[in-house]
Design a protein around this ligand. Sequence first.
Ligand code: SAH
Ligand code: SF4
Length: 340
Amino acid sequence: MDFKKLSVFLEESGLPAFRLKQVRDAVYKNFAASWDEVAVLPAALREKLRARFRIHAVEPLETLVSKKGDAVKFSFELKDGLKIETVLLNLLPEKWSLCVSTQAGCPVRCPFCATGRKGLKRNLSPDEITDQFLAAAHYLKTKGSHKIGSVIFMGMGEPFLNYDSVAEALRAMSDPELIGLGQRHLSVSTAGHVPGIRRFAKDFPQCNLAISLHSVEDEVRNNLVPLNNTYPLKQLAKALTDYIVMTKRRVFVEYVMLEGYNASRSQAAKLNSWLRTVAAPKYFVVNLIPYNRTGGTFRAPERERIKIFADLLEEMGLEVTIRKSLGADISGACGQLAGK
Ligand code: SAH
Ligand code: SF4
């Protein structure tokens, strides 16, 4: 919600400061989604607020639950009618992770990604990012379910092309007076926006950084992640080295497995050598993401081939996980968010 605007309004109406705190706690701690749920306020004040302020900047249009119940995809409408998507993932027992969007569409246009296919519509405001959390938390509350323990900025859009809004949303999520998650439970995934990585290292050294690498060969990566034409691998390597030196933190490396592009044995060896030019292997966790279908001609390698790739990297001393693909039956898996 636009908390600043609300503060100004309450102040100008001559209301005592504790009213503001009541609203803040109701929205950010108890996840009220409508003024009716803010029962501590006098009815007349609630009426006045209802006429003036929407609690959430995003309006749920549709909520889909995967067959296994381990993924929930929300389609939200923004004030100007654009649509975005947000996914709740039950990765650990009794704990939900929330994957939030940072842009409507994405200008980077990676050819394997459904979000990139349509290009950028616009950047999301800080509230439009934070309120995806509040709306999802409200949903879990109505289901009597467990809470959201972590947030990954890995939905639609390239977070560092909307840096200021993302930074404000990270602050709201980690502010103890607002949402209050620890920064270690907040992760941002970038396609390799070098100036963004540098700012993030300074501003949020406690948050996690994930980098969508997908290839360590410029001629391949230029096509898979077109942002590589602007920030080629050499610049990216330097930014990641500096990030690790500054923050002493591990970097999560995302690697979408695409048959015929990046999944061969020799490419596993190249990935290992490239990472070693950046930092020691202990600074990386490599997440292999089997490609999820988004139409078009890309294919995931056979399960066995992905396993071989993972084993090779492990033998070279890297920590590797193969990402489970939750929510594919509701088009809620990595890369499938299109905001249709
Ligand atoms: N724009 C940011 C964050 C959103 S994309 C980024 O690219 O990092 C989130 C992750 O999903 C990225 O690692 C992206 O490469 C991956 N992804 C995109 N399309 C995919 C697909 N079809 N199958 C599997 N992963 C995909
Ligand atoms: Fe944008 Fe990330 Fe999709 Fe690439 S993978 S088009 S950067 S959302």
